[in-house]
Design a protein around this ligand. Structure first.
Ligand code: KG4
Ligand code: ZN
Length: 353
């Protein structure tokens, strides 16, 4: 098998992104360019992503972002082996923009199309950055998703647990909004927590100790609100202490749920080569430090892409596209964009049970 060159397009949420990635015959990869245009400023005034604004912004800048990705990589369109785009899950307006653009390019340049699941792209990023072999345990923690998944191959994703209400990134975002911190909330809460006292508020650790690795975040969020109301008006130090206490609770829950998932994998006779942390919350330093220890205690290691590859980007889409293309998996131009597309419904998935 020869080297593969792919363009990857990401438009499922509020980042317009494109990248060129090379996958070598030995399975290793290199990012040749990675252009991310964040729409954060467009949405900040609303305290969250506004789907209609996001879709319009993708339309306005995507051509330009793709052009920059090609130019700065030094790769010409004709040299590409395929064009990959995130085909879901996500905000449907944005997904349509990215996937339709990829289809048009695929048709015009006569290159195969790879329709990539956005979650699969997060899942496979550690194979690009850390060459992690299968199988591994994936902890996917983003604004829209919180999942623990046993990954045994490309297209083989076995969900072990997930959230029964809010995603962890969403809990960070909602907590930030409640406390008057800017959007996106995750980085703002982490910064405030650095100056806070995590032992000041005794917040719940929902579902800790449960035998299945599921999550529940809404009770924790409510507990923060009640504590905040009880001491209002809030001073800066109160906000810092609430953030530190909230983050400590999240981290305790994460550690416990990951331990549980590692146990589950072993019960299924699978020895994970790594605990892979993916998604925007993976940019959090306290989360990273804690899971590093949890992985080591569990007889494995933590593999976590650099922060800019934990949040949404085009390189992860290009890489997932390359992994699929290497297995001969390409898609028809009729592939329909999907707002909802669980990982365990990705083609090739098999069940553990
Ligand atoms: O993966 P991502 O960029 O987008 C998707 O949701 O797909 O993740 C964004 C989420 C947001 O909820 C954001 O608040 C959270 O990741 N996040 C963080 C941090 N950086 C981003 N959460 C906690 N600590 C951070 N440093
Ligand atoms: Zn994402």
């Amino acid at each position: 098998m020869r080297d593969l060159l792919l363009l990857g397009i990401e438009t499922t949420c509020d980042e317009t992104a494109a990248a060129i990635v090379r996958r070598r015959a030995d399975g290793t990869g290199t990012i040749l360019s990675n252009i991310v245009l964040s729409q954060t400023d467009d949405h900040a005034a609303y305290g969250g992503v506004v789907p209609e604004i996001a879709a319009r912004a993708h339309v306005e800048v995507l051509d330009h972002v793709i052009e920059r990705a090609l130019r700065s990589s030094g790769v010409k369109l004709v040299e590409l082996d395929a064009i990959a785009a995130a085909a879901g899950p996500g905000l449907i307006g944005g997904v349509i923009v990215g996937l339709t653009t990829a289809k048009a390019m695929s048709l015009a340049a006569r290159k195969p199309l790879v329709a990539v699941n956005h979650l699969e792209a997060h899942a496979l990023t550690a194979r690009l950055t850390d060459a992690v072999p299968f199988p591994f345990l994936l902890l996917l923690v983003s604004g829209g998703h919180t999942q623990l998944v046993a990954v045994t191959g490309v297209g083989e994703y076995h969900k072990l647990g997930g959230t029964i209400d809010d995603a962890i990134g969403e809990a960070f975002d909602k907590t930030a909004k409640m406390l008057g911190l800017p959007y996106p909330g995750g980085p703002a809460v982490e910064r405030a927590a650095l100056r806070g006292d995590a032992s000041r508020f005794h917040l719940p650790r929902p579902l800790m100790g449960r035998p299945t690795p599921d999550f529940s975040l809404s009770g924790l969020k409510t507990a923060v609100r009640l504590e905040a109301l009880a001491i209002a008006p809030l001073h800066d130090q109160d906000v810092n202490d609430l953030c530190a206490s909230f983050q400590a609770a999240v981290v305790d829950v994460l550690a416990d749920r990951v331990r549980c998932a590692l146990r589950k994998m072993r019960e299924h006779g699978i020895k994970p080569n790594a605990l892979v942390l993916a998604g925007g919350v993976g940019a959090n330093q306290v989360v990273r430090r804690t899971l590093h220890k949890v992985a080591a205690d569990g007889g494995t290691r933590l593999a976590v892409p650099p922060p800019e590859l934990c949040t949404d980007n085009g390189a992860m889409i290009a890489w997932a596209g390359a992994e699929r293309l290497a297995l001969g998996l390409t898609d028809e131009l009729s592939f329909a964009p999907r707002a909802r597309w669980p990982l365990d419904e990705v083609e090739g998935a098999a069940s553990l049970d």
